[in-house]
Design a protein around this ligand. Structure first.
Ligand code: AGP
Length: 614
């Protein structure tokens, strides 16, 4: 969602801020803006649309200055337009701010400020905050900008990642965080500020991630970390960035999504290789060691997640229940956080999130923590809020995922969940040696098998050509392949805007069968597993109603090949790890349909990579 970049130092801030905004485009946004501090005067330019439109607009203006802040906005309060775009300047021009998150009590604050004579030009909660800070500053006697920010934030209910410039103190940036990520990059005689590390990776490897209710006061040569609440000085913990610039480039691929699909043989192997002892073949999950006794005592595991991560969670449920024989419940974080769930102290709650910043998942985590559950995380982004707010966890090591449609993060999550299930099964002694070693063996073979599927991508493109003009699609699967059907449908709908429904194939008779006619493509995930005969029956039912079937089948399955209209073949694998193969053609199918329909593959409309507001 919204993105923040800031710079203070001796260089020209504009190109650094602009490049930073481009790095943040992947998060999803609908307008962008920039403010430069010059001669005690903020120079603000903002535009609806892409960062390139802002860049074009700025041509011809003087964009010099060594201090500045910039923002990509994903509209929440007020439509996307030039006026509502950030930065926002307070009524008398003293404060210029950019803000991620939502000020929940903005209406009341706005009315209070109106009574005090403030007027507003935008519909945003951010302008309210700018004016509130200015009001505190002007009312207080000789107070600093820092104190005015702290006083204003003490009256705010909601979430903020905030960057502030004050015209009276033009040589500093002030930043604060609550439930919306913010990091300070430390250079030599310069500092960077950003909502994630991507805008600063080419300038520094030293980063401080702000914690909730942290305030950073940054000048060219110093950086002080304080508590928003009492102003107490805190010791910053400097972390080394492991990200490289190369990871943020397309490296010859047309889109990040395609690059990320093709990276999966490597990312899957990065997720499991270091975690399986090469000699004993035992799974080692260092991040869970300390809490393992509590995990083993758990009466149940509740997995919370959203979107694609929720689909991975479903596969996790099937795996853990089948092999570790521990009851598992999978919950949408957005429901769980509000529905007053029963959470007991011997529950283990496992949060799954690529970004580690999903607002609903974070809220569900705090609820579970308050009730005394052990809360674990499976995250991709190192240092993210979920990684830091959970008691223990495992990183997926998929590398930066930039395409809004999650691909490699999903397969990495499924891989990690497979390891968790196997580890618990070993500890609970609920799996035979023979079964255990055979699954591990098949996991090792997955990367090569994915390579063989990827080689067939031109054929998947040909099939996509035939279906690109459809307006609906139904995806069906059973067992471990049911969540794959859900995920395949989500991929198609989010990047091609074709309405697609994923269903458990056994549920088809209870409703969706009414949709089937010669116009409806039905994608059936029908690899060889113990449900095979059942799914073949479902295919027959669709055929009998003249539905068009595209099936994901196991190589060599000539019977199905003859029965359906189009096929995506995948090599045979143990059914437990087959989701890792079956999803690949479905990702490519969605990708090519999106390209052929002329959609914005990496930044589909209305979507954001990190959903940091509910
Ligand atoms: C995935 O393709 C989607 N863009 C979306 O459903 C995503 O998985 C969801 O928003 C959860 O994100 P998270 O994994 O970062 O928490």
């Amino acid at each position: 969602m919204c993105g923040i970049v800031g710079y203070i130092g001796s260089k020209n801030a504009y190109p650094i801020l602009l490049k930073g905004l481009k790095r943040l485009e992947y998060r999803g946004y609908d307008s962008a803006g920039i403010a430069l501090s010059r001669d005690k005067q903020p120079i603000v330019h903002k535009k609806k649309g892409k960062v390139s439109e802002l860049e074009n607009y700025c041509t011809g203006f003087d964009v010099s200055g060594n201090i500045g802040i910039a923002h990509t906005r994903w509209a929440t309060h007020g439509e996307p337009n030039d006026i509502n775009a950030h930065p926002h300047v307070s009524m008398n021009g003293t404060f210029t701010i950019i803000h991620n998150g939502i000020i929940e009590n903005y209406e009341k604050l706005r009315n209070d400020l109106k009574e005090k004579g403030y007027t507003f030009y935008s519909e945003t909660d951010t302008e309210v905050l700018a004016n509130l800070i200015e009001y505190m500053y002007s009312e207080g006697k000789h107070i600093t900008a820092e104190l005015a920010v702290r006083m204003a934030l003490s009256r705010v209910v909601g979430a903020y990642g905030l960057a502030v410039m004050c015209s009276e103190e033009p040589d500093k940036l002030i930043a604060a965080r609550k439930s919306s990520p913010l990091a300070v990059g430390i250079g030599e005689g310069e500092y960077f500020l950003a909502s994630d590390a991507t805008p600063m990776v080419e300038y520094t490897k030293n980063v401080v991630y702000l914690d909730d209710r942290n305030l950073a006061i940054i000048s060219k040569n110093s950086f002080t970390l304080k508590s928003v609440d009492d102003g107490e000085e805190l010791t910053p913990e400097i972390q080394k960035l492991e990200l490289s610039v190369g990871e943020l480039e397309k490296n010859g691929y047309d889109h990040f999504m395609l690059k990320e699909i093709f990276e999966q043989p490597k990312t899957i192997s990065d997720s499991f290789k270091g975690r399986i002892n090469p000699e004993t073949r035992e799974v080692v999950l260092g991040g869970l060691n300390e809490v393992m006794p509590r995990i083993l005592d758990a009466k149940r595991i509740v997995i919370i997640a959203c979107g694609t991560s929720w689909h991975a969670a479903l596969i996790g449920e099937y795996l853990i229940e089948e092999y570790a024989q521990v009851p598992v419940e999978v919950e949408y974080a957005s429901e769980y956080r509000y529905r007053k769930p029963i959470i007991q102290e011997d529950d283990v709650v496992l949060a799954i999130s690529q970004s580690g910043e999903t607002a609903d998942t974070i809220a569900a985590i705090s609820l579970a923590k308050k009730k005394g559950a052990l809360v674990l995380g499976i995250c991709n982004v190192v240092g993210s809020s979920i990684a830091r707010e959970t008691h223990a966890g495992i990183y997926t090591h998929a590398g930066v995922e930039i395409g809004v449609a999650s691909t490699k993060a999903f397969t990495a999550q499924v891989t990690v969940l497979t390891l968790v299930a196997l580890r618990l099964a070993r500890r609970h002694k609920t799996i035979s040696d023979e079964r255990y070693y055979s699954i591990i063996e098949d996991l090792y073979n997955i990367p090569e098998k994915i390579k063989s599927i990827l080689v067939g991508h031109p054929r998947i493109k040909e099939i996509a050509e035939r279906y690109k003009d459809n307006i609906n699609a139904l995806y069906l699967g059973r067992g471990y392949l049911f969540p794959v059907a859900l995920e395949g449908a989500l991929k198609l709908k989010e990047i091609s805007y074709i309405h697609a429904e994923g269903y458990a194939a056994g549920e088809m008779k209870h409703g969706p069968i009414a949709l089937i006619d010669s116009n409806l493509p039905v994608v059936v995930v029908a690899a060889k597993d113990r449900y095979y005969e059942k799914i073949v029956s479902n295919i027959q039912e669709v055929k009998a109603r003249k539905g068009n079937i595209i099936a994901v089948i196991t190589e060599g399955d000539n019977a199905l090949r003859k029965m359906v209209d189009d096929i995506f073949e995948i090599p045979y694998s143990d059914p437990v790890v087959t989701p890792l193969l079956a999803i690949i053609p479905l990702q490519l199918f969605a990708y090519y349909i999106s390209v052929l329909r002329g959609c914005d593959v990496d930044q589909p409309r209305n979507l954001a990579k990190s959903v940091t507001v509910e």
